[in-house]
Design a protein around this ligand. Sequence first.
Ligand SMILES: Cc1cc2nc3c(=O)[nH]c(=O)nc-3n(C[C@H](O)[C@H](O)[C@H](O)COP(=O)(O)O)c2cc1C
Length: 313
Amino acid sequence: MPPLLAVDLAPGAKNSLVLRNPVMPASGTFSWGLEFARHFDVNALGAVVSKGVTMVARQGNPQPRVAETPAGMLNSIGLQNIGIKKCISEMAPIWARWDVPVIVNIAGDTPEEFGEMARMLDGVPGVAALELNISCPNVDIGGIEIGQNVEAAGRAVRSAVRNTDLPVIVKLTPNITDPVGLAVACEREGAAAICAINTVLGLAIDTRRRAPVLPRARGGLSGPAIKPIALRIVYDVARAVRIPVIGCGGISSGEDAVEFLMAGATAVQVGTATFANPRAPLDVLEGLARWLEERGIADVNEIIGCALPEPVA
Ligand SMILES: Cc1cc2nc3c(=O)[nH]c(=O)nc-3n(C[C@H](O)[C@H](O)[C@H](O)COP(=O)(O)O)c2cc1C
């Protein structure tokens, strides 16, 4: 018997988010999903996650925007995107015809802008949930990322939750000392789920030019290099919150997905692996299903959190 794979990412929420399986692409590595829909049936995935959308369209950063590193890559895309209005008018009608939930990743410039964008996306056919990318620098708090400040992150979540009935997923930055405290604050403000993690800040130097490879020096590290960091954060956050956690960071095989599920993730996202293999999310899904079947595990939910320590009474 093939194993049962369905998972619930928003139990008890006004709008549920039950996925037929726990595997989805990571934001920014699957574009709007349309390009991939030409290569395989995206409806086979648990969900599709859009690239980051901002209030106003962005051109993105100058080239080069990516640099290969050992076991990963650095990127500094600068949130190039068509803006929320075009996303609603041009992308959502296509998503509405798909048989897979689409999670829209939104990036606000201020905590309140997350609320405005949530209101614009509320009730739009084709949009199943929101993922808040809180790793954006915020002028109001001295240019640091909203996701690096518990108070600002809490305000962003509150503002989004008040303005939509859609499940609100919060995507954590790993570039903080206490991701657990931030996740707990987001849960308190009504987040339906936590996604961990976004990219890890890094740098590469071009020795020939004696300068950083990327024009803006720093970039976000992703790929297998960050898997242990992502696993550690999922493991810590899953013990501290009651809402589901989505694991993300360096996942490229079914066995990687199993590790994240055992560490407490209810679902996983596949990002950088998609650059080398556009079918990577499907391969991860098939690998996960095979792993369960070979061991006679009837339901994927049986392994979620099985590697976590017993709670102290
Ligand atoms: C080229 C690129 C673009 C990305 N764009 C976004 C984005 O728009 N919004 C977001 O929340 N995360 C974005 N991310 C982060 C990924 O969604 C993911 O969190 C991260 O890459 C770690 O997963 P991975 O190691 O599987 O790639 C981007 C990552 C890459 C490599």
